[in-house]
Each structure stands twice: as structure tokens, then as C-alpha cells.
Design a protein around this ligand. Structure first.
Ligand SMILES: Nc1ncnc2c1ncn2[C@@H]1O[C@H](COP(=O)(O)OP(=O)(O)OP(=O)(O)O)[C@@H](O)[C@H]1O
Ligand SMILES: O=P(O)(O)OC[C@@]1(O)O[C@H](CO)[C@@H](O)[C@@H]1O
Length: 307
């Protein structure tokens, strides 16, 4: 089974404008709401690809019914710990004229170590050594930066395979506990290592992480993505598509790796699926997940170069 853990989920409100006029009243062309948060987005794509997944983490009690309803529509099984307050709403602004995407992510509810202990117990009671657990997204208020590190250490006692998608100190500390794979985008990578933008610079910057045995996938938006592990390095350039929203593109990649690790696929194959999934994602409005057919359509167009 694949489990996703979202400590700070979100309702993504996408507002599409011609262009944003700062300091003035702006009128939207249209808007949409999607259930999101990184782990939940990963779960959506895993489900669309026909795999079973359980979405776990925290959820704000005040608007939990909305979140459960949306997850139910995706057919996703979930097991969240409810906490006081509401699940945050994140604003995603799409400016059609410029093709520019701006995110305003709120802090969200507050939680504490007691809730975290409960969540870890809940996850440990469900998982076994064949399972993959995806830990992703920001930490809610009240949790320490070593939260992912603690979670990884405890879950590794069971032998679970762990993917971590985070940034800053939470990522740096998490890496110390040795997840199997991380997927920072270039900006997220720069929050933990000094790094330029060429493939050689990135390779040098991630070598300390890769040497620990952690497969590192760096996504670079419209510049494609690169995968490093101890034995291999693959690069894929992006596929040209009409981009509607980039929100959740990285999460779609993570979904493909979760499936690949769960099914013991070679990393090259998982990487190919991750590029197809993220390409299909960016053609969709908001943070809605692409359908399986849309993902498979791009699979044959992915060009992987061995570096
Ligand atoms: N403009 C684009 N055109 C084509 N493909 C894109 C574009 N932007 C992103 N992608 C695809 O999505 C992948 C992930 O993109 P990106 O690096 O922006 O992820 P991310 O910042 O982690 O996303 P998120 O955090 O919203 O899930 C890229 O490697 C690429 O395959
Ligand atoms: O604030 P975080 O947790 O870093 O990111 C949250 C978020 O931007 O990530 C997803 C896209 O990856 C969105 O669904 C969501 O709004």
C-alpha cells in the first residue's frame, strides 16, 4: 500500500485573471476550488493511475466535511487526525496574458507534538515493510523543524520506504534520517545547499545527499527534471504543452515515484512516468489531477537522456 501524509493540507482557490493589477480592484475571469496540499495531490494522482492509496495527516475540524467530500469524489481512502481550526485556503493566481502563476499559501491551523505522536502511532499501526510512505509539504504551526526527521526515524524502524518532499530546515533535518528519495524543485534545493542552475552545478550540490544513498530528483519547471542516485543520472527536458496551472506538477512526479518504488520499477521507468504525469498535470486547470489516459498519452513522448 502507498500512504501519503499531509501535515498541512489546503483548499486551493485558483483565481484566473487577465492580469493582476496590484493596488487596484481586480475582477476574475473564473475561479475554482480543489482539495490540495502536497500529499493529497500525490494521493489524487496515484488513485488516477489505478493504485490504492491512503491519505493521512491532519485536517482542520471546522471544514473537514468539505475535504472528506472532495477526497470521496476522487475515490481516495483517508484516515486523518482532526485538529482544531480549519484547513487553510491557498490562493493560486493565474494571469492569462503573461502566463504567470502566483501562489499565496496561508499558514493554516496550529497543532502540537501530542497530535504528532497520535499521528505517528496511527501510521505505525497501519504500515508494514512493503509499504511506501510519502511525507510532503510544509509543517503547520506548532511543529518543530525536526518533525519529518522524527517521523522518518520512527517509520524506518518498520522498514517502510519513505519519500520526502519538503523545503528548508524541515528538508535538511529530514535528510539526516535517510529517506529513500527526495524531490525538491530548484528553489527548494537552494534552501538547503548552495547551488547554481547548470546540471553540473546541481550534480555537485546534491552529491552529499546522493552519497548517503538518497535518490534525489530535482524538478526545474519548464526546464525539465534531473534524477541522481549513486549509480545513475537521468535528465529529461520538458514536453511542450499549453500550460494551464503548474500547481501540483511536482506532486504528480512524486506520485509516479511512489508507484515505481512500490512496484519495484527501475528508476528510469519511474522517472519517465513522473515526467508524463507532471506534463499531463500542467495542462489541467487548478490543482485537479490528470486522468490516467492523459498521463499515458505523454509517456511515449518523454525523452530521457542518461548523463
Ligand atoms: N511550463 C511547463 N511546461 C512543461 N512541463 C512543465 C512545466 N512546468 C512544470 N512542468 C513539468 O512538471 C515538473 C515539475 O515542475 P516544477 O519543478 O514546477 O514542480 P514543483 O515546483 O515541485 O511543483 P508543485 O510544488 O506545485 O507540485 C517539471 O519537471 C516538468 O516535467
Ligand atoms: O504550503 P506548502 O505545504 O508548502 O504547499 C502547499 C501547496 O502549494 O502545495 C500544493 C502544490 O504542490 C498545493 O496544492 C498547495 O496549496
Amino acid at each position: 500500500m502507498i500512504y501519503t501524509v499531509t501535515l498541512n493540507p489546503a483548499i486551493d482557490k485558483t483565481i484566473v485573471l487577465d492580469s493582476l493589477n496590484l493596488g487596484h480592484v481586480n475582477r476574475s475571469l473564473f475561479s475554482r476550488d480543489d482539495i490540495g496540499g502536497k500529499g493529497i495531490n500525490v494521493a489524487k494522482v496515484i488513485k488516477k493511475l489505478g493504485h490504492n492509496v491512503v491519505a493521512m495527516g491532519f485536517i482542520g475540524r471546522e471544514n473537514s466535511n468539505y475535504v472528506y467530500k472532495k477526497l470521496y469524489e476522487y475515490g481516495i481512502c483517508c484516515d486523518f487526525i482532526e485538529v482544531d481550526g480549519e484547513t487553510r485556503t491557498n490562493i493560486k493566481i493565474v494571469e492569462e496574458r503573461e502566463g504567470r502563476f502566483t501562489d499565496i499559501n496561508q499558514l493554516g491551523f496550529e497543532t502540537d507534538n501530542f497530535d504528532l505522536e497520535n499521528l505517528i502511532k496511527r501510521i505505525k499501526s497501519r504500515v508494514n515493510s512493503n509499504d511506501v510512505v510519502v511525507l510532503s509539504g510544509s509543517l503547520p504551526k506548532g511543529l518543530n523543524v525536526d518533525t519529518y526527521k522524527i517521523m522518518i526515524e520512527k517509520l524506518k524502524e518498520i522498514g517502510v520506504k519513505i519519500i520526502l518532499d519538503a523545503e528548508g530546515e524541515a528538508l535538511r533535518k529530514g535528510i539526516e534520517a535517510g529517506p529513500l528519495l527526495i524531490k525538491p524543485n530548484l528553489n527548494e534545493l537552494k534552501t538547503i545547499v548552495n547551488c547554481g542552475e547548470s546540471l553540473e552545478d546541481i550534480k555537485k550540490a546534491v552529491s552529499v545527499i546522493v552519497d548517503k544513498g538518497i535518490t534525489t530528483v530535482v524538478s526545474m519547471g519548464e526546464k525539465g527534471a534531473i534524477l541522481f542516485n549513486k549509480d545513475e543520472c537521468f535528465y529529461s527536458k520538458p514536453i511542450k504543452v499549453d500550460v494551464k496551472s503548474t500547481v501540483g506538477a511536482g506532486d504528480s512526479m512524486v506520485a509516479a515515484f511512489a508507484i515505481g518504488i512500490h512496484d519495484n520499477l527501475p528508476f528510469e521507468e519511474s522517472f519517465r512516468l513522473s515526467i508524463a504525469a507532471s506534463t499531463a498535470k500542467v495542462t489541467k486547470e487548478g490543482s485537479q489531477a490528470p486522468d490516467r489516459n492523459e498521463i499515458l498519452k505523454y509517456l511515449e513522448l518523454v525523452e530521457i537522456q542518461r548523463r
